[in-house]
Design a protein around this ligand. Sequence first.
Ligand code: SAM
Length: 269
Amino acid sequence: MKMTDDNGRIITKERKKIGKFQIDEIYCGDAVKLMKDIPSEIVDLIVTDPPFAIDFKAKRNNYNRTQERVIEGYNEVPREKYYEFTLNWMKEAYRILKKTGSMYVFSGWTNLKDILNALDEVGFITINHLIWKYQFGVFTRRKYVTSHYHILFVVKDEKKYKFNKIEHYPEDVWIINREYWTGKIKTPTKLPLALVKKILLFSSDEGDLVFDPFIGSGTVAVAAKMLGRHYLGFEIVPEYCKFARERTKNVQLNLFRYKNGRDCGENNV
Ligand SMILES: C[S@@+](CC[C@H](N)C(=O)[O-])C[C@H]1O[C@@H](n2cnc3c(N)ncnc32)[C@H](O)[C@@H]1O
């Protein structure tokens, strides 16, 4: 018989702890160091949106956000160290991922080259290069407005990776709106829940372990908890850790929300 936790997720005894980490927790610290303490080949799915090295200013009034409600302190990586930084965390990602596992890495176009080169160097096999098209970007005068993001879907073993084909023609361009968080405190780079849920439904099953080394506001943890997956997350900025933990606390199991290629679930948590 399958055992379940308080939230209805499938759980086994050995799953309660991963090395020195408790499952379904977000830890504050440097992901590159913390990942070294995760045992090898234990994670089913990695979904992550790493820092971009574009001197991103958290409080800049981009995407029409009211600045007072944006938490400060987003931790950026210097441009000249980006490749080394990327290589370091990706090596660990490769080691901790199961053979059946996969990873989705988000990237803007500015540092895409580093991300692609590091994925190859570490040994990942690229299955798809997805485009996430969102509805608004930053105003420009003499160039096109960026309104897309890259998502690299990569695996360790192209014969063994998990893929739940929940759509008949799963296309590689995903049009999903960014979320407005009216009247709430926000972190500056939050991914839409609908986007992360779609990834989890395609590439993991209930009871699986989903990991995000750069969890920011905790979107990957929220999506995992909603969909009956277990999660582990790291974040270097203490205020974000606190915010992500709070956000994750009240989430309820909310299965079966993806029908006919459309998300019908709660997407503003
Ligand atoms: C692009 S954001 C992630 C946003 C997240 N996907 C969300 O939906 O809120 C990247 C995050 O990585 C964090 N970060 C940067 N360097 C880090 C490191 N060495 N270890 C852990 N987190 C780090 C940043 O503070 C930031 O919150």
